[in-house]
Design a protein around this ligand. Sequence first.
Ligand code: PMV
Length: 325
Amino acid sequence: MTTSTAQASPNIALIKYWGNRDHFLRIPSNSSLSMNLDGLVSRTQVSFDPGLEADRLTLNEQEIIGPALQRVSVLLERVRGMAGLKQFANVTSSNNFPIGTGIASSASAFAALTVAATAAAGLKLTTQELSRLARTASGSACRSIPAGFVEWQAGQDDADSYAFSIAPPDHWDLGDCIAITSETHKPVGSTEGHTLADSSPLQAARVATTPQRLAQCRRAVLERDFDALADVVELDANMMHAVMITSAPPLLYWQPATLAVMHAVQDWRSSGLPVCYTIDAGPNVHVLCPGEKVDLVAARLRQIPGVNDVLTAHPGGGAHCLPAC
Ligand code: PMV
């Protein structure tokens, strides 16, 4: 029996991934850029065991069956194929961030699973190969493999669609204050959401103009230019949500408290506080600010009616084995 444990953090996209050119391999319609979130962690142990008759998954101490187990097994099947292994695996995973808060855990979960499963199978893969493999399980998981500020080049096919670090975590202390506005599960998850993107008449315009926003965002990160970052991050999130709202069927993830936070952030920025928002496929709002403003921004967010909690994070490292593999 071979066992390995790995951990990974979720990431917040500054330039969003929405829609695939190839849904099976998760080759995205556009490139994206993100920051790993330090302090929020998924930890996963994988043991390939000759005594098992099927893969098993325990998540936050609960045995999981059905589609979630199936999704894990698909990734394990790829790993078994690469390693020439026949044994099934026992997968045990936990998150240190509160579950049910609507913080997407699939990126950190599948990045940790990819690193733990390949190590347990005896494979020695490069960061690029790990990123490509994680991408097939959850697109954004490919961005949780490298450290810090990360770009996912869309590429044309499996070989050239992977993420790489453009700057390490200590390059820029950018803070993320996550305003939790709802704890209910989202009605339509991102895997299904991606299949609806092309039904919006706005998706083609969004995809065609992403390279400009990506270049602006990359420059803002490399030059630590918060004002430039704020403009492009909000524009890009708004464009993704415009696509969501105009797809068939429409996806409207915002709740009243989501809008209250968006308005507050714009007011604060107009009065000189460096803040901006971005929102994923859910009602919670990620409020970005320079690291030294995190406590102030989190305290202000807690005052907004409908904000149930605020989690805070700074730039984080990449996925890795515990101890190092
Ligand atoms: O990786 P997925 O399939 O969970 O998609 C992530 C989609 C967004 O979070 C909305 C945007 C992004 O780039 O992370």
